[in-house]
Ligand binder design. Structure first.
Ligand code: NDP
Length: 460
């Protein structure tokens, strides 16, 4: 008789947990996955997928506006928010069912309920105890908000995806991925959008030129961005709206206030402390490069570890774990050159080092190539929006260290370039590559002049 009920119990059926469980199941491991909500997790149900569907919805505003320059007469378009939300929900139901089927086809048993650790090999679910040789914690994260007066009035991205109606005017607090993506969605669909950030620029950690260019284009689209501004309190007002008070003395009214000020790991009440699993001060599970926690039979992948909080990373971490444990194929996630995109409007694609990071790694020997241009479509459409592309190159080795783009299709373009960066491509190889004409992407292989910053010129 088997010593344990299962080889692995996974707590949390999101991207990381499902990927790991399916891969383990495919190698013959006896796996159960525990989920207290729906199957699919943040990405499928409350994040990447519904967000991108709404981004697609919002982008039609551009198509209608641009069409006239190409000879079309478009009757004033009307948008119906409940129709989009219903269509999005139908698609999520379909995807959830696919996830359920995929788990079943891999032989993974789905157990509904909340899993709590009892000891290093036991999980309690709805009053029943199950044992496993290994336990994988893949419980993801949740939106976090600061503790200021009136914070109970705000919504997070979770609620923003299911609003009964489109707000006429919305205040969005935060300057990260989620804030800029939702600013683009609501603005595209016709809301007035005010974004409040506490820094000078959006998207801390991204390349500075991209950050500046994004703010410029968002403002061009009518998003009002208040920089270096802190919200001090929020009050509900008499006409079913809210007033946002800032440290700079402003009072901004809106129908809705959304906070996108970061996410925290879902570890509360999981029983981690009791079984000796160490967590950091935010509650994230501390793991080694093999995703193993301080308790040898307990592992964790994805946002609950607060490493690189991206779906494809959670999936890779989860699959690597299954390879290591059940296929005699020790695998670790390679964290270098992970590409990422922000589905802002216009969107961003980025891979590798920012100019600032490269300067820290290479000292002064960093070459920068960049171009800012009006994409061809905007000549006839009359849209006053520019695309920005940038390469960061190690001047000594000629290796391209980073690649950044703001403009239409940037995520699609940078995904391909990420292979070149991952393969160690040099600037010379980029130069030897023939461009596809006419495209925006060809700029990446036609930039010849090094960019010299004005202040650097002055110093020379
Ligand atoms: P981020 O960590 O990206 O950004 C949080 C933002 O909120 C920052 O601008 C931050 O400012 C600001 N902030 C934090 N605390 C406060 C505060 N107390 N008052 C005011 N502003 C504050 O978090 P998100 O919520 O946008 O996204 C969470 C994660 O989800 C991301 O890190 C990303 O990994 C993932 N994600 C990925 C997407 C993608 O791949 N396209 C899309 C959406 C999410 P400051 O910079 O000053 O700290």
């Amino acid at each position: 008789m088997a010593r344990y009920d299962f080889d692995m119990i996974t707590i949390g059926a999101g991207s990381g947990g499902v990927a790991s469980s399916r891969r383990a199941g495919s190698y013959g491991a006896r796996v159960a996955i525990v989920e207290e909500s729906r199957i699919g997790g943040t990405c499928v149900l409350r994040g990447c997928v519904p967000k991108k569907l709404l981004v697609y919805g919002a982008q039609f505003a551009d198509a209608f506006a641009d069409a006239a320059g190409f000879g079309w007469t478009v009757a004033p378009p009307r948008f119906d928010w409940p129709t989009l939300i219903a269509a999005k929900d139908k698609e999520l139901d379909r995807l959830e069912q696919i996830y359920v089927n995929m788990l079943k086809n891999s032989g993974v048993e789905i157990i509904e309920g909340r899993g709590v650790l009892v000891d290093p090999h036991t999980v309690e679910i709805a009053g029943r105890r199950y044992t496993a040789e290994n336990i994988l914690v893949a419980t993801g994260g949740h939106p976090t908000v600061p503790n200021i007066p009136g914070i109970e009035h705000v919504i997070s991205s979770n609620e923003a995806l299911d609003l009964p109606e489109l707000p006429r005017r919305i205040v969005i607090v935060g300057g990260g991925y989620i804030a800029v993506e939702f600013a683009g969605i609501f603005r595209g669909l016709g809301s007035e959008v005010v974004e409040i950030i506490r820094r000078e620029e959006l998207l801390y950690g991204f390349d500075d030129d991209i950050r500046v260019a994004l703010a410029q284009e968002m403002r061009g689209r009518g998003v009002e961005i208040h920089t270096r501004t802190q919200v001090t309190r929020i009050e509900k007002d008499a006409r079913e709206g809210y007033t946002v008070f800032t440290g700079t003395g402003q009072e901004i009214s809106a129908d809705l206030v959304m906070y996108a000020t970061g996410r925290g790991p879902n570890t509360k009440g999981l029983g981690l402390d009791a079984v000796g699993v160490k967590t950091d001060d935010k509650g994230a599970v501390l793991v080694d490069e093999w995703s193993r926690s301080s308790v040898p039979s307990i592992y964790a992948v994805g946002d609950v570890t607060d490493r690189l909080n991206l779906t494809p990373v959670a999936i890779t971490e989860g699959r690597a774990l299954a390879e290591t444990l059940y296929n005699n194929n020790p695998m670790r996630m390679d964290r270098n050159d992970v590409p990422t995109a922000v589905f802002s409007q216009p969107p961003i694609g980025t891979v590798g080092l920012t100019e600032e990071q490269a300067l820290r790694v290479c000292g002064d020997g960093v070459d920068v190539y960049c171009a800012r241009f009006k994409p061809m479509k905007n000549t006839l459409s009359g849209r006053d929006e520019r695309t920005f592309v940038k390469l960061v190159v190690d001047g000594k080795s000629d290796r391209v260290l980073g690649c950044h783009m703001l403009g239409a299709d940037a995520p699609e373009i940078v995904q391909g370039l990420a292979i070149a960066i991952k393969s160690g491509a040099t600037k010379r190889m980029f130069d030897q590559t023939i461009g596809i004409h006419p495209s925006a992407a060809e700029e990446f292989v036609t930039m010849r002049e090094k960019f010299v910053r004005p202040q650097k010129l002055a110093a020379e």
